[in-house]
Design a protein around this ligand. Structure first.
Ligand code: AMP
Ligand code: MG
Length: 350
């Protein structure tokens, strides 16, 4: 990524060399990334992803997993970067939104590191980090952001100092919908095989079933009624599972696209950026591609490698914060489970 491109995307007043270590632990992944700038360079990207064999994310089990891998992850990140810990200029950490116990693992690690290295601690909002790594890798200045992950489904635009949510799910997130359906019907785990979700694999050869709920309200959507209807149908008609998967996926994606089209019209944005774990979905990517072509909108999804949770996106957002002198006293670096994106000032927007 060239400096000139980055300078067109960001307002970065203090041009000084920075090496930032970013910590991600909001849900399932303990990620540690180290990024340097300028020039933008990913020095390391270490991930420990918790994959439950049954059920959902049990916070106690996930935190045990994260704690037991933290030392190892840190050591690997520094070794892979080929730096000394004294070369690090700041510690960035995703303080929220996310699941409390997991957030506290990252916050504790960050406080310990910032204290021992005597470096600033830069608080990062997880959703902002998904957007900034997407803006950077896609080179998008002012897009309508479609942020879709296990815990979030939001349509976001930047306006007057902040990112604003202009549409969202009224109940469960898109990733959650796909994951719960897969788990309850027994088509997963594993949820992802060769980069494809279990629902996509199961939808192959399926056909559309009429009568499932389709819910778009303004620029918001709802998925819980669709989940209930799909589970009920699958229970009664186990032989028709491919049709149910196909129908669930088509409705879920169509709802999101319709809400996005409405948001495009009302916000007048000319670009779409897709980020978050579910952005790795090729079927949804194809649908956004087609819609954008028809509407002559410039569309990009984040590199699949950085769609899911990772430490690199926290480190990069940490660089942006660091260059603007953003940091918090150690004692204020605490987990914020419900930290909404529109509470965060974005001083680096040009
Ligand atoms: P994140 O929390 O951002 O890491 O996103 C995790 C979510 O992304 C989970 O719900 C996954 O099931 C979902 N996910 C990952 N890869 C895919 C894919 N190829 N298609 C659909 N969903 C995916
Ligand atoms: Mg995420």
């Amino acid at each position: 990524m060239e400096n000139a491109v980055i300078q067109s995307l960001y307002n970065l007043p203090r041009e000084r060399n920075s090496v930032i270590l970013g910590i991600e632990s909001t849900a399932h992944t303990l990620g540690i990334g180290i990024v340097s700038y300028p020039p933008f360079e990913i020095l390391s990207d270490i991930r420990f992803k918790y994959n439950p064999q049954t059920g959902g994310l049990h916070p106690r089990l996930v935190t045990e997993y994260m704690v037991s891998n933290a030392g190892n992850a840190l050591e690997k990140a520094i070794t892979e970067a080929g730096i000394k810990s004294s070369d690090i200029d700041g510690i960035a950490v995703a303080l929220g939104p996310g699941i409390g116990p997991q957030l506290r693992v990252g916050a504790t690690l960050a406080r310990a590191l910032a204290l021992s290295l005597k470096k600033p601690l830069i608080p990062v909002n997880h959703a902002v980090a998904h957007i900034e790594i997407g803006r950077l890798l896609c080179g998008k200045k002012d897009p309508l952001v479609v942020y879709i992950s296990g815990g979030n489904t939001q349509l976001i635009v930047y306006k007057e100092t902040r990112y604003r949510v202009v549409g969202e799910t009224l109940d469960i997130a898109l990733g959650n919908l796909l994951d719960i359906f897969s788990r309850e019907t027994g088509i997963a785990p594993p949820y992802i095989v060769n980069g494809r979700h279990a629902v996509d694999i199961c939808a192959e050869g399926g056909s559309f079933i009429r009568g499932f709920p389709y819910t778009v309200k303004g620029q918001d959507i709802s998925y819980s009624g669709l989940l209930t209807a799909a589970l009920r149908y699958a229970m009664k008609n186990p032989h028709a599972i491919n049709n149910v998967c196909y129908t669930l996926r088509e409705i879920a994606f169509a709802q999101l696209i319709e809400a996005s089209e409405r948001a495009l019209t009302s916000t007048d944005k000319k670009e779409i950026l897709m980020v978050g774990g579910v952005a790795a979905n090729d079927c949804l990517h194809g649908k956004y591609f087609e819609m954008s072509k028809e509407r002559r909108i410039d569309y990009c999804r984040v590199d699949k490698m950085y769609a899911g949770d990772n430490g690199v996106m926290i480190a990069w957002t940490g660089v942006l914060g660091y260059l603007h002198g953003l940091s918090v006293p150690i004692e204020n670096a605490v987990a914020r489970q419900r930290w909404r994106i529109d509470e965060v000032g974005i001083p680096w927007m040009p």
